[in-house]
Design a protein around this ligand. Structure first.
Ligand code: ADP
Length: 486
């Protein structure tokens, strides 16, 4: 039987360009698929921040062309196998992608974003055609690629008549909602601009169109799949998603175990595994306390937080609980993040008010993030919603017990602490309320001091979890097989 062919289309792929978890998935999943015998080619835009020299990009196509609205757009294509060995293609089109950033700059979103990504969708399909790569599946991701399922269903090109589409929703909070000016350029037929597909309150909603026309819809955890079918978690798309529930499923993301493995992690001072975690974590905690100017206190429970400063991450809960916690309990807190300016100002100011007890770094910093995962005792994730979440996965593998609000992937991946028999891999709370987070921090602190054997037991249970991409890749392959009949 011939191999299943997949064109994997994404607006960002790690390590070339990244703003969030989408880039991690778009790098790791194709790698895992290729390792299991799928013929996969990935494609993304050639932003000016992609390092062409470092990743040895080579031009493989010149003068490629797509028809957009009533004009022709001519573009080039670059290719590399670096650094992971799999095929990645880049659409070079300076009019849209030669910009300092990916989606927005300090002044706000690029106003032509719908044009940029409508073009990208067409160009990705044209690339497959020019390569004579007839995909069984085009795997699309988020709103930026949401036109592709529609173009396939329109059936304008016989080359793609055997091709089926999958759309993965990484975060339904971002739907690609724009005014309707792009409709002609993107060639959406008037009869398809309706409330069952691309139209939403008079605007164009690209993710909605993608969901309406995709053959299968996936999202990044089973609980998030359930949540987005309800009015609170769906950003208005629950009716459509419910109507497509037979084709919707949640598949948990994996983690890149080459990067996130305490046994081999070069970014932490002391590597460790399940047998040596006590000495390993102790040394890393000391280094973490030093890095964040905290008191050198090996026996004080230390809470870590890493994340975008966006309301989704539960910053209101964090702000409402952390100061109370350090004032009334023996504990320390480290915070790493950037984003919302008020949050930067507030969290960045905490170390001056609680010297030696709260540490903070405002910015994006890989080294600090690895050390927080390795050196903390507990990890805070009070997210309002969380499609999958990666940090709670890293935390468990690093033996750092997560404290999470029970939503989306956080609900699915944390086993609640059972005080009776000492099992579990973390602490879950339910209410969107700083008091709930505060209480749960208190529960963790009391367990740390009063039931240390339970903590050891939980650390061991957490570190044994398998979050490699092998399991999710098999689940995606199951979907591809169902759609392609191969
Ligand atoms: P999201 O995609 O919603 O931002 P995820 O938990 O899926 O959330 O992934 C975020 C990734 O970005 C994680 O790997 C996290 O460690 C990393 N990250 C977020 N903020 C920072 C930061 N300030 N410094 C270093 N890494 C960060």
């Amino acid at each position: 039987m011939s191999k299943i062919k997949v064109l994997f289309v994404a607006s960002e792929i790690e390590p070339y360009a990244k703003t969030g978890g989408l880039a991690d998935v778009s790098s790791a999943l194709p790698k895992a698929l290729a390792g299991k015998g799928i013929e996969v080619k990935s494609v993304m835009p050639l932003y000016s921040k992609v390092n062409r020299e470092k990743y040895k990009l080579k031009k493989v196509m010149d003068m490629a062309c797509v028809h957009m609205g009533n004009c022709e757009e001519w573009f080039s294509v670059y290719h590399t196998n670096e650094p992971y060995g799999n095929d990645v293609y880049f659409i070079e089109f300076s009019k849209y992608f030669d910009r300092p950033d990916i989606y927005h700059e300090s002044f706000g979103e690029y106003s032509d974003n719908p044009y940029r990504y409508a073009f990208f969708c067409r160009a990705a399909m044209q690339l497959a055609k020019d390569l004579n790569f007839q995909p069984d599946i085009i795997h699309t991701n988020d709103w930026q690629t949401g036109f592709i399922p529609y173009y396939l269903k329109c059936g304008e090109d016989a080359f793609f008549w055997g091709t089926r589409s999958v759309i993965t929703i990484h975060n339904i909070g971002y739907q690609g909602s724009f005014d309707t000016s792009v409709v002609d350029y993107a060639k959406i037929y008037p009869q398809d601009f309706n409330a069952g597909a691309f139209e939403s309150f008079g605007r164009l909603n690209i993710l909605k169109g993608g969901i309406a026309f995709a053959d299968k819809i996936t999202t990044v955890s089973p609980t998030y799949a359930h949540e987005i079918m309800g009015p609170i978690g769906s950003g208005g798309l629950h009716d459509l998603l419910r109507s497509r529930s037979a084709d919707l499923c949640g598949i948990l993301n994996g983690i890149d175990t080459n990067v996130w493995n305490p046994k081999t992690d070069k970014l932490i001072p002391k590597q460790y595994d399940i047998k040596t975690y006590k000495t390993g974590k102790k040394a890393n905690k000391k280094a973490l306390q030093k890095m964040f100017d905290l008191n050198d206190a090996p026996n004080v429970p230390l809470f870590g937080f890493i994340g975008r400063f966006a309301s989704q991450k539960g910053l209101g809960l964090l702000a409402g609980a952390v100061e109370r916690a350090v004032s009334s309990m023996v504990c320390q807190v480290v915070i790493l993040g950037s984003g919302d300016e008020d949050a930067q100002w507030y969290f960045g100011g905490l170390p001056a008010r609680y010297p030696g007890i709260i540490g903070a770094y405002i910015g994006y910093d890989e080294t600090r993030s690895h050390l927080i995962e390795a050196g903390s005792d507990f990890f805070l994730m009070p997210s309002l919603y969380e499609p999958c979440g990666l940090n709670q996965l890293y935390s468990q593998v690093y033996g750092t017990l997560p404290i999470v609000r029970a939503t989306g992937g956080l609900y699915d991946t944390i086993d609640q602490y059972d005080e009776y028999n000492g099992t579990g891999t973390g602490f879950k709370f339910y209410d969107i309320d700083p008091q709930a987070l505060y209480n749960t921090m208190g529960w963790a602190v009391s367990t740390y001091f009063d039931r240390p054997k339970h903590i050891d037991n939980m650390i061991t249970q957490a570190m044994k979890k398998d979050y490699s991409w092998s399991i999710p890749a098999d689940l995606y392959i199951g979907i591809y097989k169902e759609l392609s009949g191969k």
